[in-house]
Each structure stands twice: as structure tokens, then as C-alpha cells.
Design a protein around this ligand. Structure first.
Ligand SMILES: Cc1ncc(COP(=O)(O)OP(=O)(O)O)c(N)n1
Ligand SMILES: Cc1nc(C(=O)O)sc1CCOP(=O)(O)O
Ligand SMILES: [Mg+2]
Length: 557
């Protein structure tokens, strides 16, 4: 199946007014298209009027799709649940045919309820007759009847590749497929498989109990399994005794590859086999070659295990890991109950590397002093710093801010915010569009946008920002050529804005009061750079400003 040529099917419908075509010339170029078989791209472009053509664009693109045929794991570390998470992490759609429901946790398998064969067949037909499946991946196949059903359906609905993870025994040692299924694997599945991914025990069982104890045994086993019909074989050496690295043997019928990755010391390995096979399937669905897919899958599993090595779920000896690599950061964030509270904008401290240099402050010392002095949110605005140093500085500032429950935002640099898992970003009108930043950062992160006009405030709201920064309220030396909008401009933007507003630009202890007194409820605070950071004692200056803001707010109420 794998390796057949793909055909590219693109229907383009263009309706271009004659004059427009003549005057502008129109060409549609597809660069380096890697669109898989049966993928269709439909593009409609309508251009109305010669002078100002409006373009409406509609496309439908089939999504890479893996169907997993496997058992459910109630603990969600392995089986169907691992497959879904692995495919989601690799950006591939995953449909499911459930062959058995297991009662399972980090201790072991407490019960197995096999789904009736005709209902397995019904699930398979539902998916395969309706959806375009690129790759089928199999896990727990608890009866020979289910193996046969799979075989029949793959004949009726051919797919690009079949990935067989010959699940027989769970990581806890419980039997998930009896000896009768072995015959099914050998006779029905191996000859159809584009890749088979046994561990040492499974490879040994498929080879009538042959002993596999060394890398050299694994090489021989891979060749024998290939002889049994599998086009590619990955023998996983995770259980190899006395091995520092995790060594897997990959054989494509021609070349033997020894794939090594570092062995991660962790109890959280439940579901690694299912995840590896699903990742291979996902990469194949995206169009990777078999060796590429295997390498990416191994790297993904290693990274996820390393990320998850300290997470603690369940009390048994084998815990699940975190496919999406998000759980730890959610746990860290749990100090802050609400992702964004507009009152955090009250005293907004924005750093400046030049000012810190002038006063001999490190970024983290300056941030610590600001937070201790009463800053309620911090933005790292580091315009002339190496990216590597920025990420390191942001990580240490994040620790300080988290310890005080103060959000930390990064100015301009979405990449740095992602790298250090900051609480969000602040972006201006010429930075990355807020909508794109939102797509990259997800719904949980805070996004602020600089706005000088009501129209910009409206756009920021539409794009999914959380607050806007409006200025310059007063002239400033900190930002070159900055337009001063004044207190009136600030009030106009606040009145038009559906989002909370923080005022910025030239604000200091002596002029902060009139800003807070403009009397508009969505003005939540002031953002300052020089007022606190262009000073020897950041702590004292921040305290002074905090006091003025508190007094002004009390007076307004
Ligand atoms: C709170 C706040 N408001 C406005 C700005 C200015 O952002 P931008 O216009 O992108 O200019 P730079 O700060 O990037 O020079 C801000 N940083 N913070
Ligand atoms: C970064 C920035 N943005 C502004 C805007 O008007 O959007 S004014 C500004 C500089 C603010 O520094 P200071 O508090 O030292 O005046
Ligand atoms: Mg900017």
C-alpha cells in the first residue's frame, strides 16, 4: 500500500472580469505541494469590479486521518486514549474503532470486556464508508474474529498504510490477546502490514518463543518478521537488559538501522508502545517516509517522557505521561485562579534594558524590586537582547512573578513567550497581528494590544485581545517618535473600547493622578517604564507610584 504514487486533484474556479485580467495579469502558483492522494483543494476566487476587486476565498482540504482500532484504557494512559492524544499532538485527525473496554489504572488491568465482533464491524464500516482514512493503526485485537473483520474491511476500503502494534501483554504484565490471536497476526495481519512494532516479548511470541536478549538477537528477529510478510519492522528494545540507551532495530527489507535514544528514568511509561505506533501512523498520514515517521515518533516519545518524568498521576508503579506537554505548566499556573483580571493593570511595570544597564540592575533584580514595590503586572520590553538571553531572563523573572501571583508578559516576542511559558504578550500595531498571536498562544494566555484610536481598539477586541494599552498620554523619551494622544485622546479611546485599558507614555508620580481621574470605568491603571526603572531604587519609586494611584482611585470612588 505505502509507496504508491499520489495524484493531486485541484479544481480551480476563477471568475475574473476581462479588464482586470488584462490589466493586472493573474497567475496561481502552487509551490512544493505535498498534497496526498484523494486530497482535494477547491479554490474559488470571485473578483468584482475592475478598480477594487474583492476576493472571497473558500477552500476545503482533507485533513490527515488515522483510524485506530484498539482497546479503551479507563486510566487513559494507553490504548485508544493514548492514540487520540498522540494524533492530536502530531496534528492529525484520529477516528476510533473500540475492540474492548478495559478497566485499567496505573496498577494494572482489573477487567476486560470485549466488544461483540459484529459491533466492531459496525464501527469500522461507519468510519471507513464515510471518512477518508489515510492510515489504519491497530492496537489490542482481542479475538481472531476481530482480526478477520479488520482484514475484510481493509480489503473493501483500502488505505495508504497499515501500522500494526501487536499488543499482547500490557506493561503491567496482563494478557490482552491470547495465543489464538497470534495465528491471526501471523496469517492475516503481517502480510498486510506496512510496519509492525513489536516489543521484545511480542517479537518472541510471533516467532514461536525464540529468545531475544541482545541487539544482535533483535536484528535477527526483525529479519524473520520481515520474512513473515511485514514490509517494515521496528523491534523495540525498551526491555533489553543492561542497556543505557533505548535501542530499537528498524528493518525495511534492505537496510537494518539501529535507532538509539536516551533512556528516560521515569515511572511514567504506560502507553509508550501505543503512542509510538500512533505517531508513526500520524506521520505517515502527513506524507512522511517510513524511516522519517519512525524517527519522528521516537523523538516525540522521548521528548514527552522527559517532559513528564516528574508528573504524578495514580499510585501504581506505572503512570501515564503527558502527550501534549501542557500539564506541568497548568499545575504551575494554578496559583493564579483567573487567567486575566483587568485589575492586574493597576500598576503595570514595563522593563527597559538601557535603563537597567545605566543603574547596574539585572532584569530579574529590577523586576523583583518592582513586584515588591507593588507592581501588579510586568512586561519584559527588551529590544536589544539576544534571544537566548531573553528566554533565560524571562524564565527567572517568571519565577519571581509567579511567587507573587503577578502575571508576566513579553513585549513583541511571541516566540519568547512560548519558550518560557509566560502569561502572555503585549503587541503593537506593527507587530504580529493579535489574531495570529491568539492562534499561536491559545485561549489561556493574556494578549494586550497598543491602540491610539477607537478603530484600533475595536479591531483589538475583534481579534481576541484581553486589554489595550493607550498612549502616549504625555510626551515620552522612552519610545522614539511616539505620537502623544493626550488625556483627551485617552478618554476617547477608553469610551470606545470594549476592553479594559491601561494608559501609557510619560506617566510618573507627579502626573499620574489626572490620568486616573479621567473618570472612565474601563481605565484600569497606568503602565510605566522610566518612572520606576530609570532610578537607583526601583522598589522605592514603585512604592511611591503605587501610593499615588491608590489615593487617586480612592478619590475617584
Ligand atoms: C502596555 C503597553 N502599551 C503600549 C505599548 C507599546 O507597544 P508597541 O506599540 O508595540 O511599541 P513597543 O513597546 O514594542 O516599542 C507597550 N509596550 N505596552
Ligand atoms: C512603550 C511605550 N508605548 C507607548 C505608547 O504610546 O504606546 S509610550 C511608551 C513608552 C513609555 O515609557 P515611559 O513610561 O518611560 O514614558
Ligand atoms: Mg511592539
Amino acid at each position: 500500500m505505502w509507496g504508491e504514487g499520489f495524484s493531486l486533484n485541484i479544481a480551480v474556479s476563477l471568475s475574473v472580469p476581462q479588464g482586470f485580467r488584462q490589466s493586472k495579469g493573474l497567475s496561481l502558483v502552487l509551490v512544493n505541494s505535498r498534497i496526498n492522494r484523494n486530497k482535494q483543494t477547491r479554490i474559488f476566487m470571485e473578483m468584482q469590479g475592475n478598480e477594487s476587486p474583492t476576493t472571497s476565498y473558500q477552500s476545503t482540504v482533507n485533513i490527515p486521518h488515522v483510524l485506530t482500532v484498539a482497546g479503551s484504557d479507563s486510566g487513559a494512559g494507553a490504548g485508544i486514549q493514548a492514540d487520540l492524544k498522540a494524533c492530536a499532538a502530531r496534528g492529525v485527525y484520529c477516528s476510533t474503532v473500540i475492540t474492548a473496554v478495559t478497566a485499567q489504572n496505573t496498577i494494572g488491568v482489573q477487567g476486560v470486556n470485549v466488544v461483540p465482533e459484529d459491533f466492531v464491524a459496525e464501527q469500522m464500516k461507519s468510519v471507513l464508508s464515510d471518512m477518508h482514512v489515510d492510515v489504519v493503526k491497530t492496537g489490542m485485537l482481542p479475538s481472531i474474529g476481530i482480526v478477520k473483520i479488520l482484514h475484510q474491511h481493509l480489503r473493501e476500503y483500502p488505505v495508504r498504510a497499515l501500522v500494526v502494534d501487536p499488543v499482547m501483554v500490557s506493561t503491567s504484565g496482563d494478557v490482552l490477546a491470547g495465543p489464538s490471536v497470534l495465528a491471526g497476526f501471523r496469517e492475516e495481519l503481517l502480510p498486510m502490514a506496512d510496519i509492525i512494532t513489536p516489543n521484545l516479548k511480542e517479537a518472541s511470541a510471533l516467532l514461536d518463543g525464540v529468545k531475544i536478549k541482545t541487539v544482535s538477537d533483535m536484528r535477527s528477529a526483525a529479519k524473520l518478521l520481515h520474512d513473515m510478510g511485514a514490509r517494515n519492522v521496528l523491534v523495540k528494545g525498551g526491555d533489553l537488559p543492561d542497556s543505557l540507551d533505548a535501542v530499537d532495530i528498524f528493518f525495511d527489507g534492505e537496510h537494518l538501522y539501529e535507532l538509539r535514544s536516551s533512556r528516560i528514568k521515569t515511572r511514567n511509561t504506560h502507553g509508550t508502545g501505543c503512542t509510538l505506533a500512533s505517531c508513526i501512523a500520524a506521520e505517515l498520514a502527513k506524507g512522511a517516509s517510513m524511516l522519517e515517521a519512525v524517527k519522528v515518533a521516537k523523538c516525540f516519545v522521548e521528548t514527552a517522557l522527559d517532559y513528564s518524568k516528574e508528573i504524578f498521576i495514580g499510585n501504581g508503579p506505572q503512570g501515564p505521561f503527558d502527550h501534549l506537554m501542557k500539564l506541568k505548566s497548568n499545575a504551575h499556573n494554578s496559583g493564579r485562579q483567573v487567567r486575566f483580571n483587568p485589575s492586574d493593570l493597576f500598576l503595570y511595570a514595563v522593563t527597559d534594558s538601557g535603563m537597567n544597564r545605566r543603574w547596574g540592575h539585572s532584569i530579574s533584580d529590577a523586576v523583583k524590586a518592582a513586584v515588591q514595590g507593588g507592581a501588579t503586572i510586568v512586561q519584559l520590553r527588551e529590544k536589544d537582547i539576544e534571544t537566548r538571553d531573553f528566554v533565560e531572563a524571562a524564565k527567572s523573572c517568571l519565577q519571581i512573578c509567579r511567587a507573587h501571583g503577578v502575571p508576566l508578559l513579553i513585549n513583541d516576542r511571541i516566540d519568547v513567550a512560548l519558550a518560557c511559558d509566560a502569561d502572555g504578550v503585549h503587541i503593537g500595531q506593527s507587530d504580529m497581528p493579535a489574531r495570529t498571536a491568539r492562534a499561536l498562544l491559545g485561549p489561556e494566555k493574556i494578549i494586550g494590544v497598543s491602540c491610539k484610536t477607537p478603530e484600533q481598539a475595536e479591531q483589538a477586541w475583534i481579534a481576541g485581545a484581553d486589554y489595550i494599552g493607550c498612549g502616549g498620554v504625555y510626551p515620552t523619551h522612552t519610545k522614539a517618535n511616539n505620537l502623544t494622544v493626550g488625556l483627551d485622546g485617552l478618554k476617547t479611546v477608553c469610551l470606545a473600547s470594549k476592553l479594559p485599558v491601561v494608559a501609557i507614555g510619560g506617566i510618573k508620580v507627579s502626573n499620574a493622578r489626572p490620568v486616573m481621574e479621567i473618570g472612565v470605568p474601563n481605565l484600569k491603571g497606568v503602565a510605566v517604564v522610566s518612572a520606576i526603572f530609570d532610578s537607583e531604587c526601583v522598589l522605592t519609586e514603585t512604592r511611591k507610584l503605587h501610593a499615588v494611584l491608590t489615593e487617586a482611585t480612592a478619590a475617584v470612588k
